[in-house]
Design a protein around this ligand. Structure first.
Ligand code: CP
Length: 332
């Protein structure tokens, strides 16, 4: 039997998402016990993390297994290209690292969200996909520049807990200002699962901050098939009006992927793109979501992040529950 990876929400069917979230809700309500006793999850972080790292460690320990964590400083520079002549800085090919690690651990989680400056390259998730190709154990995407499927499942679980049925519910996914160009991962993955759930999605961003066009077009088709909709709006007030969920998130634009300095200049005139009380007052008493970390009073104000409609910590908590469900499906 071939191994199963968890690389993208685009690979999932509605039934698979529902099964995973149903299991996550069950393990949240009732601890499943030591079902992964003796199993080891290897976590490779090429960028910093608080939530992903800790929630996976907690999930494994609560299921009776454990994690081995490696960060950038522990790892050789890796070459993901096939047939590369390795006379540059990369000391080891991914195929050798992946095949070796597969002899030690039962699954691998990889955060590889580096920004090369070439969107056509970064959207291919070369390092993650190369690990998945050569590892003989399941590989889990812990965030790339293109996708963050674990975050999106926790987001959907949180929405389900709050609203029960998601079909037709009004989600506004709002670009927010940020001094750095952030990954598009959480945005893309949330668009994919929210479309699958048939939500009525408004993607709001200033002109120039379009998401990957293939993700957008597929999202529109998926949402329509599921009885929902996906539209793009370039006006933050119009986008927020009547929303039942405002999901705040910043992302770096593919348009400026090769020119971060230009993007920083453009963003100087976009400081009003943040979520505040005045904007939330125009919604339908919307929930406020954000995947964290958040730049307080830049992306969203203290008042809304700490307000009664904020579910940002429920989202973070649900990371551990969906990941327990995922690990049980992949490893049991
Ligand atoms: N939301 C999220 O993935 O957080 P970390 O970057 O802290 O893991």
């Amino acid at each position: 039997m071939s191994k199963r990876d968890f690389l993208s929400t685009a690979d999932l069917t509605r039934a698979e998402v529902d099964d995973l979230l149903d299991l996550a809700s069950r393990v949240k309500g009732k601890k499943p016990g030591q079902v992964l006793h003796g199993k080891t999850l290897g976590l490779l972080f090429f960028q910093p993390s608080l939530r992903t790292r800790v929630s996976f460690e907690v999930a494994m320990v609560q299921l009776g297994g454990h994690c081995i964590n490696l960060s950038n400083d522990d790892l050789y520079e890796l070459e993901p290209q096939e047939q590369a002549v390795m006379d540059g800085p990369a000391e080891e090919h991914v195929k050798d690292a992946a095949r070796t690690l597969s002899r030690y651990v039962d699954a691998l989680g990889i955060r590889a969200a580096a920004r090369s400056g070439d969107w056509a390259r970064d959207r291919q998730e070369l390092l993650l996909r190369s690990y998945a190709r050569y590892a003989s154990v399941p590989v889990i995407n812990l965030e790339t520049s293109f996708g963050h499927p674990c975050q999106a499942l926790a987001d959907l679980m949180t929405m389900r807990e709050q609203l029960v049925s998601l079909r037709g519910r009004k989600l506004t996914l709002m670009w927010c200002n940020h001094p750095e160009p952030k990954s598009l991962g959480p945005t893309h993955s949330l668009l994919q699962v929210a479309a699958l759930a048939g939500m009525d999605i408004t993607l709001a961003h200033p002109l120039g901050f379009e998401v990957d066009d293939e993700v957008l077009q597929k999202g529109k088709a998926t949402a329509q098939d599921a009885g929902g909709a996906l539209r793009v709006v370039n006006d933050r007030e119009a986008a927020a009006r009547g929303a039942e969920i405002v999901y705040a998130r910043s992302w770096g634009a593919p348009k400026y992927w090769s020119d971060a300095e230009r993007e920083a200049v453009v963003k100087r005139s976009l400081q009003d793109w943040r979520v505040d009380e005045a904007l939330m007052a125009t919604t339908k008493n919307a929930l406020l979501m954000h995947p964290l970390p958040v730049r307080r009073n830049v992306a969203a104000t203290d008042a809304v992040l700490d307000g009664v409609q904020s579910v940002i910590y429920e989202q973070a908590a649900n990371r551990a529950h969906v990941q327990k469900a995922l690990l049980m499906q992949l490893l049991k």
